[in-house]
Design a protein around this ligand. Structure first.
Ligand SMILES: NC(=O)c1ccc[n+]([C@@H]2O[C@H](COP(=O)([O-])OP(=O)(O)OC[C@H]3O[C@@H](n4cnc5c(N)ncnc54)[C@H](OP(=O)(O)O)[C@@H]3O)[C@@H](O)[C@H]2O)c1
Length: 260
């Protein structure tokens, strides 16, 4: 004879379905063509999240779509080949593309970055502008532009990818003055936005990454062996982006087992 389910058993049996529905997020990631960003997209696409991935290199984005399909046949990944330095002049393009794909935006991960190792005395206007444009102005403008869509989400999370060099009191390295200062500006922006966007239920955190074995690191510090590979770091960032806003807001969090 079939026995009647208790109240607890009933609620447990509907839980997995409910979680599955709630767990699918609309996510925008910059700097997706290689390194940490590419691994992040793969990890989140495998978990069925809907993703927009932006960076300049179209071929790499196309191969990313193929990688994601191989990991998850029903992965939902849109790509935007775009130079973040054009955000100011091309104001509505990103918003338009995002609105065509998402009705709201749950997570924005500002991951794209540019690193110069030129000594302070030799940094040109061009390199300084490029550093600030990609590492600071782009996240600033992108957050502004996507704010209406973030506001439509119940608990949106902005995750700004920074660096150990971009926070107070950490070890500093010669040649990283422009890079670290730009990441420092992004750290303070993250604290400011946590306050200013709180009423909209939007959290904003900054992850100060330590060394990860990517092209950026190998070019800057040839021969240095990082303790983490991009996939390992992406696993942490993905989990933080999905869940971290339950525990943190306006925080500058070191994610490093070593410095740099
Ligand atoms: N690796 C480390 O040790 C380390 C440590 C601390 C912090 N971080 C931070 O982690 C993030 C990811 O770094 P990574 O090591 O993975 O670097 P990476 O391998 O050099 O990747 C950087 C990504 O940013 C994109 N990008 C660069 N300029 C762009 C632009 N103008 N417009 C659009 N996209 C642009 C690149 O794509 P396209 O070239 O296709 O545009 C690429 O996908 C960066 O913010 C970096 O500062 C890294």
């Amino acid at each position: 004879m079939p026995c009647k389910k208790t109240k607890k058993q009933k609620s447990e049996s509907i839980k997995p379905k409910l979680q599955l529905i709630l767990f699918i997020m609309n996510i925008f990631i910059t700097g997706a063509s290689q390194g940490i960003g590419r691994e992040l997209v793969k990890k989140l696409a495998k978990e069925n999240h809907r993703i927009i991935a932006l960076s300049r290199n179209e071929e790499k984005l196309e191969s990313l779509v193929r990688d994601c399909k191989a990991l998850n046949k029903v992965s939902k990944l849109e790509t935007i080949p775009f130079d973040l330095r054009d955000l100011k002049s091309n104001t509505h393009f990103i918003v338009q593309r995002t609105e065509e794909t998402f009705s709201n935006l749950d997570i924005l991960i500002n991951n794209a970055g540019f690193l110069t190792t030129e000594p302070f005395s030799q940094i040109s206007d061009e390199i300084l502008s490029k550093t600030m444009e990609i590492n600071f102005f782009a996240p600033f403008i992108l957050i502004q532009q996507l704010l209406p869509l973030l506001r439509k989400s119940k608990n949106a999370h902005i995750v700004n990818i920074g660096s150990m060099g971009g926070i107070n009191g950490s070890s500093k390295f010669s040649g990283l003055s422009a890079y670290s200062s730009s990441k420092g500006a992004l750290a303070i922006l993250s604290e400011c936005l946590a306050e200013e966007l709180e009423e909209d239920q939007i959290s904003c955190n900054y992850l100060a990454l330590g060394a990860v074995q990517t092209e950026m690191l190998s070019n800057a510090f040839p021969g240095y062996e990082a303790p983490l590979n991009p996939k390992e770091m992406a696993e942490f960032i993905a989990d933080f982006a999905l869940n971290g806003n339950r525990y943190f807001n306006g925080k500058i969090l070191p994610v490093s087992v070593s410095t740099p």
